[in-house]
Design a protein around this ligand. Structure first.
Ligand code: SF4
Length: 386
C-alpha cells in the first residue's frame, strides 16, 4: 500500500482529476444530507441515468425528511415505481420516521446513529456522512473494491475470507482526511467511469502509474468472477379483467414479509398493487403453446388460474369465463427468472373484491405497481383496441 510522498501524489492526482472531470449530477450540487441520503439509496443497484429523473421528482414531492413521514406509504412507492427494489423506499420512509422521532428531523451526523437507521449499512453511512458532514469515513462498495484490488493486484474473490476487511483497511489508508467527501466520490467516479469491470481505460486513468495490475498486465483478470447463484425459474399466471369501459381490477399489496416465504406471489410482485396472480405448480404452459392453442380452450395455466379465481373471489360459483391467452412476459427479480402468462377476461362488470381497485388499464399510475405489473398491462393493451 502506498505511503509517504507516493500517497500524497496519488491523492493529488485523483482529486485533481475528479475536480476536472466529475459528472455533473444533481446530488453533487447540494450539501443537504437528506438529498445525499436519497441519492445513495436510489443509486443502490441502479444506474445513474435511471436515477436522475426519480431523484428530482421525489425531491419535488418530498422536499424534506418530515414530508416523507407525513405521506402514505403508497405515495412513496408510487414515486419509486419503476426503480425496483422497493424495500429501499419502505426503509427510507421508516428511517425518516425514526429521524423525526429521535433526531428532530435532521439526518444524524454520528456514524452509530446513522447505522441504526433502517436501510443504512457501512457503505451508505460512510458515503452520506463524508459527503454531507466531512466525516473521515472511507467508502467501500463493489466499484471501489475493484479499483483497490487492481491497484494492489489482489486476485481471487474479493468477498472471500478477510479480503473485504483488508480492502476496507486499504480504503481507510488512502482516504484523504482533508477532503473525505470529495475523496470518496473520486474513488467511486474512477470505478464508475474509467476503472470499469470490462475494458478499463487505463491510458486515461489519473493514477495509472501506481497500478500494480496494469504493471503486471492482469487488469482483465481482476476482480475474479464471482460464482453466481443459480437462476431459479418461476412461472406465474395472471388474470386481467377488463370491463366495457376498459377498466381493470388490481389487488392491493400484501404487508406480510416472511423470510421463509420469499417466493410467495406478493413478494414476487414487490408487494405492490397487482393483477390476480398465481404461481403455477405444474410448470404452466409455454407461450408458444398458449398462443397456438384454441383461445377459448383453457390451457393448463388457465385452468389453475380459473380454479384460483373461483375459489378466492367467487366461492361456490362455477365460472364460464373466456380466458384469452396474451403474450407472456419475462421479468427478473434478483436470481429469479419469472415468466408470467397473462390471460385477458372481458366482463360486463368487474368482480367485487374487498380492497381491490378499478383502474383504467391504460393508466395504472395512480397506485404503486411493479414493472412486472406494467409489463402485463402492456401485454393486455396489445390485444385490446382501446
Ligand atoms: S490503471 Fe487501469 S486498472 Fe489500474 S486503477 Fe487505473 S483504470 Fe483501473
Amino acid at each position: 500500500m502506498l505511503t509517504g510522498p507516493e500517497l500524497v501524489r496519488f491523492r493529488k492526482n485523483l482529486l485533481a482529476w475528479f475536480k476536472k472531470f466529475q459528472r455533473d449530477l444533481p446530488w453533487r450540487r447540494t450539501s443537504d444530507p437528506y438529498a445525499i441520503w436519497l441519492s445513495e439509496i436510489m443509486l443502490q443497484q441502479t444506474r445513474v441515468a435511471a436515477v436522475i429523473p426519480y431523484f428530482d421528482r421525489f425531491l419535488q414531492h418530498f422536499p424534506t425528511i418530515e414530508a416523507i413521514t407525513k405521506a402514505p406509504e403508497e405515495d412513496v412507492l408510487r414515486l419509486w415505481a419503476g426503480l425496483g427494489y422497493y424495500s429501499r423506499a419502505r426503509n427510507l420512509q421508516n428511517a425518516a420516521r425514526r429521524i423525526v422521532a429521535l433526531h428532530g428531523g435532521a439526518f444524524p451526523s454520528d456514524e452509530a446513529r446513522a447505522l441504526a437507521l433502517p436501510g443504512i449499512g457501512n457503505y451508505t453511512a460512510a458515503a452520506i456522512l463524508s459527503i454531507a458532514f466531512g466525516k473521515k469515513l472511507a467508502v467501500l462498495d463493489g466499484n471501489v473494491a475493484r479499483v483497490l484490488a487492481r491497484l494492489e493486484a489482489i486476485r481471487g474473490d474479493l468477498r472471500a475470507g478477510n479480503r473485504w476487511r483488508e480492502l476496507q483497511n486499504a480504503a481507510n489508508t488512502l482516504l484523504d482526511h482533508k477532503h473525505p467527501g470529495d475523496w470518496n466520490q473520486a474513488m467511486m467516479e474512477l470505478g464508475a467511469t474509467l476503472c470499469t469491470p470490462r475494458a478499463p481505460q487505463c491510458l486515461l486513468c489519473p493514477v495509472n502509474e501506481f497500478c500494480e495490475a496494469r504493471k503486471q498486465g492482469i487488469v482483465d483478470l481482476i476482480p475474479e468472477k464471482r460464482k453466481k447463484r443459480d437462476t431459479v425459474q418461476v412461472q406465474l399466471a395472471a388474470i386481467v379483467f377488463v370491463d366495457p369501459k376498459a377498466r381493470t381490477l388490481l389487488l392491493p399489496s400484501s404487508k406480510k414479509v416472511a423470510p421463509a416465504d420469499k417466493d410467495d406471489v406478493p413478494a414476487l410482485l414487490s408487494r405492490m398493487w397487482h393483477f390476480p396472480t398465481i404461481q403455477l405448480s405444474g410448470g404452466g404452459t409455454s407461450a408458444k403453446n398458449a398462443q397456438s392453442s384454441n383461445r377459448s380452450k383453457p390451457t393448463p395455466a388457465a385452468n389453475e388460474l380459473l380454479q384460483f379465481v373461483e375459489a378466492k373471489y367467487f366461492s361456490g360459483l362455477k365460472l364460464r369465463f373466456m380466458l384469452l391467452p396474451l403474450k407472456h412476459v419475462h421479468h427478473a427479480v434478483t436470481y429469479r427468472a419469472i415468466t408470467l402468462f397473462p390471460f385477458l377476461v372481458r366482463v360486463p362488470m368487474l368482480p367485487r373484491v374487498a380492497g381491490s381497485k378499478a383502474l383504467p388499464l391504460a393508466n395504472l399510475g395512480s397506485v404503486p405497481v411493479s414493472n412486472l405489473t406494467r409489463k402485463v398491462a402492456r401485454s393486455a393493451l396489445l390485444e385490446l383496441p382501446l
